[in-house]
Design a protein around this ligand. Structure first.
Ligand SMILES: CC(C)(COP(=O)(O)OP(=O)(O)OC[C@H]1O[C@@H](n2cnc3c(N)ncnc32)[C@H](O)[C@@H]1OP(=O)(O)O)[C@@H](O)C(=O)NCCC(=O)NCCS
Length: 211
């Protein structure tokens, strides 16, 4: 059973190793500094929900979300290069999309390289923009979005349930988050003010582990 749980600072080196395993196929070496800044600064300052998926050998994937007004952003979703093709990326993406929808986002967004665009298109994402050489010479950026209408959300939940069956454990924190009535529609940064008490306790706990 693979277990999804909130990131803690003790996962830092393991997450960096996940990044390193994807250099140079998916990341350029210079992007490591951005990931370090994300782990060390952004997670703490913005209290972003970030998760690690652990197997018997420790973390094998990580990924989180951020919120713009109305939009849940997929942040730094990384599967160990040794574990690509095992539907782990699918699970991590579906989990975060369902969480974002539950939080009140009306669409999902992300930016990525052209090589991974087909992966996201499988979930209904469409390319809405981009910039050549954005991440570095020859490393182009593509912006993708997925609108959350009721049909799409139902479909995502069904796919998550199917993906999770017998193999992935969403974990207590995530389970509470997804089941609770969390409304974050008005946020610039993540704002958990309107979460109910049980969920707030979990989130406070998650945030505390980031500090
Ligand atoms: C992109 C990524 C998350 C995919 O994770 P993964 O666990 O290998 O993907 P899955 O096993 O869930 O793939 C599901 C399906 O998508 C396909 N797929 C995966 N990556 C693909 C790609 N780049 N292009 C086309 N299809 C792809 C798989 O072949 C599989 O197809 P199948 O259902 O017919 O067997 C992974 O390659 C990764 O972590 N890359 C490095 C980090 C990264 O680029 N993150 C995304 C943007 S920050």
């Amino acid at each position: 059973m693979l277990h999804l749980r909130p990131y803690t600072p003790t996962d830092r080196e393991a997450c960096l190793a996940l990044f390193d395993s994807n250099v140079p196929a998916y990341f350029a070496p210079h992007e490591r500094d951005d990931f370090v800044t994300f782990l060390d600064d952004d997670l703490v300052e913005e209290h972003l929900p970030y998760f690690v998926l652990t197997g018997s050998t420790g973390p094998i994937a990580c990924g989180g979300i951020g919120l713009r007004v109305g939009e849940v952003r997929m942040c730094w979703g990384i599967v160990s290069r040794l574990r690509h093709g095992e539907r782990i990326g699918t699970f991590m993406l579906l989990a975060r999309l369902c969480l974002g929808a539950k939080m009140g986002a009306t669409r999902a967004g992300l930016d990525t390289i052209p090589k991974t665009v087909p992966f996201f298109e499988r979930f209904g994402f469409v390319v809405v923009g981009g910039e050549d050489d954005h991440y570095g010479p020859g490393i182009h950026r593509r912006d993708l979005q997925l609108a959350f209408d009721s049909t799409t959300i139902a479909h995502l939940h069904a796919r998550l349930a199917e993906a999770a069956r017998d193999r992935f454990d969403l974990g207590l924190a995530f389970d509470l988050l997804t089941r609770a009535n969390v409304d974050l529609r008005c946020v610039g940064n993540v704002n958990f003010a309107r979460a109910d008490d049980g969920v707030r306790a979990v989130i406070v706990n998650m945030c505390a582990t980031l500090e």
